[in-house]
Design a protein around this ligand. Structure first.
Ligand SMILES: C[S@@+](CC[C@H](N)C(=O)[O-])C[C@H]1O[C@@H](n2cnc3c(N)ncnc32)[C@H](O)[C@@H]1O
Length: 421
């Protein structure tokens, strides 16, 4: 019997975890630990592509299936279809590997080797149809909310951006132009670097020496608009794993980085160590904690639905639904009620969420301003911002379909508030 391809087996397991058990890919990261780095990267690439293209794969498969296949067989068929149609893998190699995988899969799949062989041969002879299929639609609960907020055309553009995936962006400690040249990266107008091809990140110059860290161009903007000055004391509230803490430190601020999750703060400490920077770290629930002294500025990167990161995390639409949004919005409001009291008079608070939902962004800030008469909204200015990204009140509303020619950016909402002096 041919040997089993560990990357494809791992990709199939990840897909089953997402589609059958509603586990995120991040929650299943341990499944990949035993693989060699190239197999790990390939397993992730196959799983991500399959999730991004799932409904397109189903449309390709539909004419060739008389009834809905059992879940484990369905995963193998979807995976094979995406490898052939989207990733351009040689059909016979994909088919042989999946037949071998099915035969090794026990009762759930061993009887279907012939069917996999027959169906994937038909898919391979029909790849012209693939290019004509629409990008997958977002799940109804999210699509409806985004349609109300942005309209149908914008939602269709976002869906196309989700299908396209995301480039790898870096934030640099200093000397952005020098690092752009060294890495062959594009220096974006907002100051982030965009890699032409990511490859093995840890092998790139500057990784081991901590001269840069991976951070989407949109995720880099909250700390940029906070504009920390050397010597200022900044609270990074909800800080882990620390991309924004690193930016604040690189700007010369003294940073207190707080997060409720000790394991996530461990990752923040690792990132600080790699980049040779130091912050005061605090494991605490921000709803219980009180600082010893007020801060010059606070960055509140609040927990949210993460609906702005679907192009990077195509598993989210399959594992999340609307049920958690109310609770998240209540937590965001509670954090917005506490944090302003920890600012010095005249101090500034940057509120950010990587969400596309107005209830976690625009509406949250409007409500906070009505509850706190001592807070003012400050219109955002920062180098490289496209004026179209600003809302009427001067907040930033970023969407995945912005910068389409450059490769897009994550969805984010960012507001700057100032406490009256
Ligand atoms: C969006 S993530 C932060 C990302 C981080 N700012 C960065 O740039 O790497 C939100 C964080 O909020 C933390 N969190 C959630 N509830 C919290 C609470 N009540 N108090 C403090 N941190 C909380 C989570 O553990 C999570 O790390």
């Amino acid at each position: 019997m041919a040997s089993i391809d560990p990357a494809r087996r791992a990709a199939a397991a990840l897909l089953s975890g997402v589609l059958q058990e509603r586990l995120t890919l991040a929650e299943q990261a341990g499944e990949l630990a035993a693989l060699a780095p190239p197999d790990r990267a390939r397993a992730q690439r196959i799983a991500l592509a399959t999730l991004r293209n799932l409904t397109r794969a189903d449309a390709m498969l539909k004419p060739h299936l008389r009834k809905a296949p059992p879940p484990d067989l369905h995963v193998l068929l979807r995976l094979g279809t995406v490898e052939i149609c989207a990733l351009g893998e040689a059909p016979h190699g994909v088919t042989d590997a999946l037949v071998t995988l099915a035969r090794s899969g026990g009762q759930k799949t061993e009887g279907f080797a012939g069917l996999i062989n027959a169906v994937l041969r038909k898919i391979a002879s029909d790849t012209d149809r693939w290019a004509r299929l629409d990008p997958p639609a977002l799940p109804g609960w999210l699509r409806g909310r985004l349609m109300s907020a942005y309209g149908k055309v914008a939602v269709m553009r976002m869906e196309a951006a989700h299908l396209a995936g995301a480039p790898t962006d870096l934030s640099v400690k200093a000397e952005a132009e020098t690092w752009a040249a060294k890495l062959g990266a594009e220096l974006l107008p907002t100051g982030s670097l965009r890699l032409a091809q990511a490859g093995q990140i840890t092998e790139l110059p500057g990784y081991a020496t901590g001269d840069w860290w991976v951070q989407d161009a949109a995720a880099a903007l909250p700390a940029r608009v906070l504009n920390a000055q050397p010597g200022e004391h900044v609270l990074d509230l909800c800080a882990a794993p620390g991309g924004k803490t690193l930016q604040l430190l690189a700007a010369g601020a003294r940073v207190t980085a707080l997060d409720v999750s000790a394991p996530r703060l461990d990752r923040l400490e690792e990132n600080l160590a790699r980049c040779g920077m130091r912050a005061e770290t605090v494991v605490a629930d921000a709803l219980d904690w009180t600082p010893a002294a007020p801060f010059d500025a606070i960055l509140l990167d609040a927990p949210c639905s993460a609906t702005g990161t679907i192009r990077r995390h195509p598993d989210l639409p399959f594992v999340k639904d609307a049920s958690g949004i109310k609770e998240l919005a209540a937590l965001q409001a509670a954090l917005l009620d506490r944090a302003p009291g920890w600012l010095k008079p005249g101090g500034r608070l940057v509120y950010a969420t990587c969400s596309l939902l107005p209830e976690e962004g625009e509406a949250q800030i409007a409500a906070a301003l009505s509850r706190h008469p001592g807070l003012r909204l400050v219109p955002i200015t920062a180098p490289g911002l496209d004026p179209d990204w600003l809302t009427e009140t001067g907040c930033l509303r970023l969407r995945p379909d912005f910068w389409p020619d450059r490769g897009g950016l994550d969805g984010f909402f960012i507001a700057v508030l100032r406490r009256d002096g």
